[in-house]
Ligand binder design. Structure first.
Ligand code: ADP
Ligand code: MG
Length: 698
């Protein structure tokens, strides 16, 4: 329960005239459950209905309020039945065109009546016209006044139209203006004064009812101080909700893990390489966290191939050496299998039992794995989301590692952490992502996490040369594959399809493998796709890894994590259909060894502008940061980070990309509020994030 000082007052919508229970339900569909929430439902755009344009001054393309006398109204049959009304004033005339009209409307459109109308002016066959304008009859002598301020257009929904919204908003704004409805100011006065930002009440009144002289571009592009102020609050509330989540977990305890241990030394010594400077730095950052008595919550961002797995293995070793367990969760079966093999190969020689829990494992295997985890016989568990199913129990889970975070929701992350909870003691969490995002954005999206960046690739990597080719030149591509195989390199051939259907993708891969086998009889070809049995899939992958296969035809199941350093060429079919993040991930499967590598992006048909741009970015850049930035430009951060699906960052009005420049202010403000005005935090979160914070109590 919130204490009374924290309580956010809520005025029921039904207090407004014209809104009954039924209508209130429709508002609820827009997420609006109180008059206060209604006030935060901001206009999408505005219409200028503040003045009447003389008919002689109209231009095609503008929206305008007009008025005049009906000269003529007649029903015509062109291709369809329609009603044409000619309206004139002293300066000119215009035609109003209606395809649907009832008798009453027809009556008001009779000759001699005066009308006022609003709509878009278009060029028609007989001069300017408006199609289906809003209109009403007026008395020319006592015409009603025009709107005093710009008319807002709100996001609406079925059964809830502009007029209802506007009417409700009108009443809500009147309550606000007269202070019969209180919306406490939650931003510090110093900020508002310092940045010349308006108070909340003033900002809302302005945004809902901008004066005639308002700069609409400035408002719509969110550059106006009234918008900026609201956006800052929106971002702030989200950052605070994540930081609150974090603060809550910091009130818990965690095991102090033994980071500098002898097996760790042996493990490092046995690796065929030295850690890069960046890896070492991140390992140190993790080690420092693991020695605190509070749960680590660290995100490691590192481009594809930057070597995150070794870093994870060292952390897992620390848990095991302390006598506890670690769990590693990966988003796909193939990736989980691969982690399992890596960890097992690295750690089994140190006497550490690694077990693997797959969604597709047979009953018996599964039961055995579960038994080993609950008894503590297995020190490390690797698996997919199968790991956080209810029957999975750990003896003593002290560290949770999650690979490729953006595939999982916050809920899943927290659910896995709960498996390690012992009263007040929580496991440490290490999260790894190959979608590096700009720092200012990560401050918002990952505000509940500390961030480390592996900003260096292991030495000796040569950048992947990327070419873009239409699939009409397939023969050349096949020849290139042949050449690469004969030169001792291994090749991926990735099949994709428009349809999201896994079955069709698999079929396409099967057909491609067959065609390639006929064209290249001396090349040893393997096939993996999502429909193979796990054991078969693993067998093929193992043979490819061991160099017993030259060419691996695959669906996008190999997208993340698969690691075969000798692979030097990748062909991606229908590359125009994949997003940048996915292309970068796929391409990251090559260029892992020291040989020069290449990626051929084959496309089908003609390219859309957007697809052309994506492929051009791939050709030009190998840098995950740059590609992620471009991806966000093209698709928006919500899609790229998967926050849209996981509901993690549902901003009401802010746009992470457009408003990135505000982030430093927001972060600073969040520090300040947490320190000086903690009582403002919960109301802010409730005002802007509301329901979405439920995961906070998982
Ligand atoms: P990712 O960050 O994409 O998960 P991986 O952990 O799969 O990358 O590492 C990619 C490849 O680089 C693996 O073959 C791994 O063994 C190798 N690798 C990791 N660190 C180094 C290093 N410091 N020097 C050389 N190779 C390394
Ligand atoms: Mg990886």
């Amino acid at each position: 329960m919130a204490s009374s000082t924290h309580a956010v007052s809520a005025t029921p919508l039904t207090r407004l005239k014209g809104i009954g229970d039924k209508m209130a339900e429709r508002f609820a569909r827009l997420g609006i459950e109180s008059v206060e929430q209604l006030l935060f439902h901001l206009p999408l755009r505005y219409e200028d209905r503040t003045r009447i344009t003389p008919l002689g001054a109209l231009r095609a393309g503008v929206h305008a309020v007009i008025q005049g006398e009906v000269q003529l109204s007649e029903i015509k049959f062109a291709r369809r039945r329609m009603l044409l009304t000619r309206l004139s004033d002293r300066t000119g005339f215009i035609t109003l065109r209606f395809f649907h009209f009832n008798a009453r409307q027809q009556e008001s459109l009779s000759r001699g009546n005066w009308l006022r109308a609003y709509g878009e002016v278009r060029r028609g066959s007989a001069g300017l016209e408006m199609v289906h304008p809003e209109f009403s009859m007026i008395e020319p002598a006592s015409a009603p006044e025009v709107e005093p301020s710009l008319t807002p257009i709100y996001p609406a929904t079925e059964g809830l139209h502009q007029l209802t919204l506007r009417n409700a908003m009108h009443q809500a704004l009147a309550l606000l203006r007269s202070d019969r409805l209180q919306l406490p100011e939650l931003l510090p006065a110093e900020l508002l004064n310092g940045e010349s930002l308006p108070g909340l009440k003033q900002a809302l009144l302005y945004v809902h009812q901008p004066p005639v002289e308002a700069d609409l571009d400035e408002l719509l592009e969110a550059q106006h101080p009234a918008m900026q102020r609201l956006i800052i609050e929106d971002l702030l509330a989200h950052v605070l909700s994540l930081r609150q989540l974090r603060q809550r977990s910091q009130t818990h305890q965690a095991r102090i893990l033994c980071v500098h241990n002898e097996p760790g030394e042996r493990f490092l010594a046995a690796l065929p390489f030295e850690l890069t400077g960046a890896q070492q730095r991140v390992v140190n950052e993790i080690d420092r966290d693991l020695q605190q008595g509070v749960p680590m919550q660290r995100l490691v961002q590192g481009d594809v191939g930057s070597g995150k797995t070794v870093v994870a293995a060292l952390a897992a070793l620390a848990a095991v050496q302390t006598g506890a367990q670690a769990a590693i969760m990966a988003p796909t079966e193939i990736l989980a299998e691969q982690h399992y093999r890596n960890f097992d190969q690295w750690l089994a020689p140190l006497g550490i039992n690694v077990t693997w829990l797959s969604g597709k494992a047979k009953q018996g295997e599964r039961r055995a794995a579960l038994e080993k985890l609950s008894s503590g016989q297995a020190a490390i568990a690797v698996g997919t989301h199968a790991l956080f199913q209810e029957e999975v129990m750990f003896d003593d889970l002290a560290l949770v590692i999650i690979d490729e975070q953006h595939r999982f929701g916050v809920h899943q992350r927290l659910a896995l952490r709960e498996k390690g909870r012992r009263n007040d003691v929580l496991p440490h969490q290490l999260i790894m992502t190959a979608t590096p995002i700009p720092r200012t954005l990560s401050m918002a999206v990952y505000a509940d996490l500390d961030c480390s960046v592996i900003d260096e690739l292991p030495p000796g990597r040569t950048p992947v040369e990327t070419v873009v080719i239409p699939d009409t030149r397939r023969d050349e591509v096949v020849a290139r594959v042949h050449q690469a195989c004969r030169a001792g390199s291994q090749v991926y051939w990735v099949c994709t399809l428009i349809e999201e259907s896994e079955a069709l993708q698999c079929q396409a891969a099967e057909e491609t493998a067959q065609v390639l086998a006929e064209a290249l009889p001396d090349v040893r070809i393997g096939l993996v796709h999502g429909r193979l049995k796990p054991a078969d899939k693993e067998a093929v992958m193992t043979r490819f890894k061991a160099g017993e296969l030259d060419l691996l035809v695959a669906t996008t199941v190999i997208e993340v994590g698969v690691d075969v350093p000798n692979a030097g060429l990748m062909i991606i079919e229908n590359a125009e259909r994949l997003g940048l993040a996915q292309l970068h991930q796929l391409r990251g499967r090559v260029g892992r060894g020291s040989r020069a590598s290449a990626c051929v992006l084959m496309y089908h048909g003609s390219l859309s502008t957007n697809a052309r741009e994506r492929l051009a970015v791939m050709r030009r850049s190998n840098d995950g940061f740059e590609i992620a930035r471009k991806d966000m430009e093209l698709r928006g951060p919500g899609e790229v980070l998967g926050t849209r699906q996981t509901g993690m960052l549902q901003l009401k009005i802010a746009d992470l990309q457009r408003d990135e420049a505000l982030m430093p202010t927001v972060i600073q403000l969040s520090d300040q509020l947490l320190r000086d005005r903690p009582e403002a935090v919960t109301p802010l979160i409730q005002r802007w994030v509301g329901q979405a914070v439920r995961y906070g109590s998982v």
